[in-house]
Design a protein around this ligand. Structure first.
Ligand code: AMP
Ligand code: MN
Ligand code: MN
Ligand code: MN
Length: 277
C-alpha cells in the first residue's frame, strides 16, 4: 500500500519543524504522499509543496480546522483544499483572530496560578505568533519544570477545570466542512478516538458531518490504539466513509508516532486517496 501520511504540523502552527524539514523528514522515512495540515492556517503550504516537488513526493494541500461539537472541541481535516477559496481563507482568519484573544485568557489563568510571564513564554515557543496553541504553553511550562513533559502539563494545567483552560468558540462542524468541501477539498474527521463523546454523540457528529458534505474519517491515527483503529474501521464501513491514514506528527521528541510509521489501513476500506493519482 502507498505510504500516505495525511496529517501533520509545521512551525506555522504547533509543529516543531519548518514545512521544508517536515517534507524532508517524511521523504527520508518513506512517505510518498504527504499532507501538511496546520491548525487553522495555510501559510506553510507553498514552501512544503515546493520542497516536495523537488524531491518527487506527492503533496496534498491540507488544513486542520478547530470546531465545536456539543461540549467537545473536534478537529476537521481538509485535504486537497484550494488555499485561495475565499470563504475558507476568511473562516480560518476568523478562527486565528479569536485564538489571539484566547491565548491572553489562558495566560491570565496561568498567571493567576503563579506561572511567570505565560504569554511571552508561549510566544517564545511559537514559530508563528499569529497561531498560539495550547501546545506552546505546554512546552513553556515543561521547560520551567511545571510537569515532566508537555503531555503531563496538559493534564495538570491545560485541560477543563485546570488554570490554563478556557472554553472557546471555534467554527461549527457544518461551517468547517462547508469551507473545505466548497473549496473542492475532502473533509475528514480527525482522530475520532480522542473525543470524549459517547456513542449517540459520536453518531450524531457523523450524521451532521455527512449532511454538511464530509466524506472521510481517520482510521489509522497516531492518536489511536490498535483497538481504536479497528473500531473506526468498522464505523467507516458502516457509514460508507473513506478512510485516512494520519500520524498527526508534531515533532521528533514530542510525538509518539513519527511520519509514515502508521500501520496499513485494514482491508475492505476505501483509502481517501483512491482517486487522487
Ligand atoms: P489548541 O488547538 O490550542 O487547543 O491546542 C491543541 C493542541 O494541543 C493539539 O493539536 C495537540 O498538539 C496538543 N494537545 C492537546 N491535548 C494534548 C495532550 N493531552 N497531550 C499532548 N498534547 C496535546
Ligand atoms: Mn497540535
Ligand atoms: Mn487535532
Ligand atoms: Mn493535528
Amino acid at each position: 500500500m502507498l505510504n500516505a501520511d495525511l496529517h501533520c504540523h509545521s512551525t506555522f502552527s504547533d509543529g516543531m519543524l519548518t514545512p521544508e524539514l517536515v517534507v524532508e523528514r517524511a521523504w527520508w522515512r518513506g512517505v510518498r504522499m504527504l499532507a501538511l495540515t496546520d491548525h487553522d492556517e495555510l501559510g506553510g503550504l507553498p514552501a512544503a509543496r515546493e520542497r516536495a516537488m523537488r524531491l518527487g513526493m506527492q503533496f496534498v494541500d491540507g488544513v486542520e480546522i478547530s470546531a465545536n461539537w456539543q461540549e467537545e472541541t473536534v478537529h476537521i481535516v481538509g485535504l486537497n483544499i484550494d488555499p485561495e477559496h475565499a470563504p475558507l481563507a476568511a473562516g480560518l482568519a476568523r478562527i486565528r483572530a479569536t485564538r489571539g484573544e484566547r491565548a491572553q485568557r489562558i495566560a491570565d489563568g496561568l498567571a493567576a496560578a503563579g506561572v511567570p510571564d505565560p504569554l511571552q513564554g508561549a510566544l517564545a515557543q511559537a514559530g508563528n505568533p499569529g497561531l498560539l496553541s495550547r501546545a506552546h504553553f505546554a512546552r513553556y511550562l515543561a521547560a520551567l519544570g511545571y510537569a515532566r513533559d508537555a503531555k503531563a502539563v496538559f493534564e495538570h494545567w491545560l485541560t477543563p477545570g485546570k488554570p490554563g483552560y478556557v472554553p472557546h468558540e471555534w467554527a461549527s462542524v457544518a461551517e468547517a466542512v462547508a469551507w473545505i468541501a466548497g473549496s473542492g477539498g475532502t473533509a475528514v474527521i480527525a482522530h475520532p478516538g480522542r473525543y470524549r463523546l459517547d456513542e449517540p454523540a459520536l453518531q450524531a457528529l457523523i450524521r451532521q458531518f455527512r449532511e454538511s458534505g464530509g466524506t472521510a474519517i481517520e482510521v489509522q491515527s497516531g492518536a489511536h490504539s490498535p483497538e481504536q483503529a479497528r473500531r473506526f474501521a468498522g464505523i467507516a464501513s458502516e457509514h460508507g466513509l473513506l478512510a485516512s491514514r494520519a500520524s498527526d506528527f508534531h515533532g521528533p521528541r514530542e510525538s509518539r508516532m513519527d511520519l509514515g510509521d502508521l500501520p496499513e489501513l485494514p482491508p475492505g476500506l476505501v483509502p481517501v486517496w483512491t482517486n487522487w493519482t
